[in-house]
Design a binder for this molecule. Structure first.
Ligand SMILES: Cc1cc2nc3c(=O)[nH]c(=O)nc-3n(C[C@H](O)[C@H](O)[C@H](O)COP(=O)(O)OP(=O)(O)OC[C@H]3O[C@@H](n4cnc5c(N)ncnc54)[C@H](O)[C@@H]3O)c2cc1C
Length: 439
């Protein structure tokens, strides 16, 4: 109720009203103040706390940390569920790639009964429980199409459209948290001949299981964690896929020396410089996996951690695909030169027939397409220009969560910092909360 009064006070004194005089108010059930303007196509909604764009783990983490500090927030999410990447765009056999203790969100560890690497179903159940615990109810089916800071009123104006509806709503707030993720859109390369290939070409975000590919000749393009795991899944469904390895790649065992490789790295980095840790990783990998170059998997010049820190390229944590490559169940191919009607020609001059192609070519940020801001976020890749740990805060109440290239561990660090920062402003600006600045 208190939040209502604040919202109402703000709305009635809001200079935005002079820009767009209201025709009617009503109080929608989600607790935010909605205003129908003269132009019925555009509705303005005042959000008392922060607007968060995206209801993935990062958006939920910020909302939970704010809730714990008594600061309200509202999440706008384009899909119809939380964690849509995990629920709608990942394959059935997916488990967390990293041990659960490195993937938990702030204020709520994973249940002790969960395995070290929870399944995606367990991870989603954890996130659902997390949202319930912190009373997070995102506004679903709201795709943010633009967000812009209005310097006249010192507020963010965020426009969102509902799927299948051309009417936009405008949400207005003092703070904007970008939580749309590093994986917002599938990265689809432009391969010569794509339009003439007769079989299906799908991205891994649409791949569910090898079931649907049984009896087919499948080419997987891309050799990151997803490409390798999709190949393994295909093998487990009696498909013998080919995998395109265009560049060099680091493959590490998921566990080494009795602990998770990721955990071991974190521990070693406390004592040793990155390059020394890289040398240890490569030595142990060599002993455990052998010389991967023999199978067409050339290692990069830089070590796995140095490469990750300089380029963001994640090493593959092997969960069984390498054994299938060694046994010949998965065959490694060089880069594709062009696709033909029934197959692919490779840069080494070989060609082969395929029935289906799976693009394991990664994802990209979509921030540059909707955020009208270029100081903090780069328009080249839609990531903050500053790198972790300085990538979380921009100017004028703009924040980024989950753009650290450090997975969910980076998300937790960001979320706690953002909530702390907003809380400071929230406490320092009680008057503005009731009566926004008239400047
Ligand atoms: C196959 C796979 C496995 C992974 N495994 C791990 C792992 O084990 N450990 C780890 O730490 N990380 C892992 N990751 C990285 C993973 O991306 C993050 O862990 C996590 O999903 C990031 O959360 P996020 O909320 O930042 O982004 P996302 O989960 O991508 O959520 C972003 C949300 O924003 C919404 N959105 C996007 N654009 C808009 C818009 N314009 N308007 C409204 N809503 C919008 C999306 O619909 C989505 O729901 C994995 C990634 C993949 C693809």
């Amino acid at each position: 109720m208190e939040r209502w009064r604040e919202a109402e006070g703000k709305t009635l004194h809001d200079p935005l009203f002079h820009l767009c005089p209201p025709l009617a108010f009503h109080q929608p059930s989600d607790g935010f103040h909605e205003v129908a303007t003269r132009d019925e196509a555009e509705r303005s909604i005042w959000v008392p706390g922060s607007i968060i764009v995206g209801a993935g783990p990062s958006g939920l983490a910020v909302a939970a940390c704010l809730e714990a500090k008594g600061v309200p927030s509202m999440i706008l999410e384009r899909s119809n569920c939380i964690a849509s990447l995990w629920q709608l765009k990942t394959y059935d056999r997916l488990r967390l790639h990293l041990p659960k203790r490195f993937c938990q969100l702030p204020l709520a560890p994973f249940p002790a009964c969960f395995p070290t690497y929870p399944t995606k179903q367990q991870f989603v159940a954890y996130l659902e429980a997390y949202a319930r615990r912190f009373h997070i109810r995102p506004c679903f089916n709201q795709t943010v199409v633009s967000a812009e800071y209005d310097g006249r009123v010192k507020l963010w104006r965020v426009r969102a459209v509902r799927a299948g509806n051309d009417k936009a709503a405008e949400y207005v707030s003092r703070w904007l948290v970008v939580a749309t993720g590093e994986n917002a859109e599938a990265a689809v390369p432009d391969i010569d001949g794509m339009s003439i290939f007769k079989g299906p070409i799908i991205h891994t975000s649409s791949y569910k299981s090898g079931d649907e590919f049984q009896g087919k000749r499948v080419l997987v393009i891309g050799c990151g964690n997803s490409g390798m795991e999709v190949c393994l899944d295909l093998c487990n469904h009696s498909v013998r896929p080919r995998i395109v390895v265009r560049e060099s790649v680091h493959i590490l065992p998921r566990e080494m020396l009795g602990r998770s490789t990721f955990g071991l790295c974190m521990w070693l980095l406390k004592w040793l410089p990155m390059r020394t840790v890289d040398r240890i990783l490569l030595l142990v990998s060599r002993v455990m996996l052998g010389d991967t170059q023999r199978y067409g998997l050339r290692r990069p010049r830089l070590g796995p951690l140095e490469l990750k820190s300089l380029s963001g390229k994640t090493p593959v944590l092997d969960v069984g695909a390498l054994a299938k490559i060694k046994s010949g169940d998965i065959k490694v191919c060089p880069a594709v030169k062009r696709l033909t009607g029934h197959g692919a020609e490779f840069v080494d001059g070989r060609s082969e027939d395929f029935d289906a192609i799976i693009l394991a070519t990664g994802y990209k940020s979509n921030v540059a397409s909707w955020l009208k801001e270029r100081e903090f976020f780069s328009d080249k890749d839609g990531f903050p220009r500053k790198v972790f740990p300085d990538s979380w805060k921009g100017e004028q109440g703009l924040y980024a969560v989950g753009f650290t290239r450090q997975g969910l561990m980076g998300t937790s660090v960001d979320a706690k910092r953002i909530a702390h920062d907003i809380k400071q402003c929230w406490m320092a600006e009680p008057k503005q909360r009731m009566l926004p600045s008239q400047t």
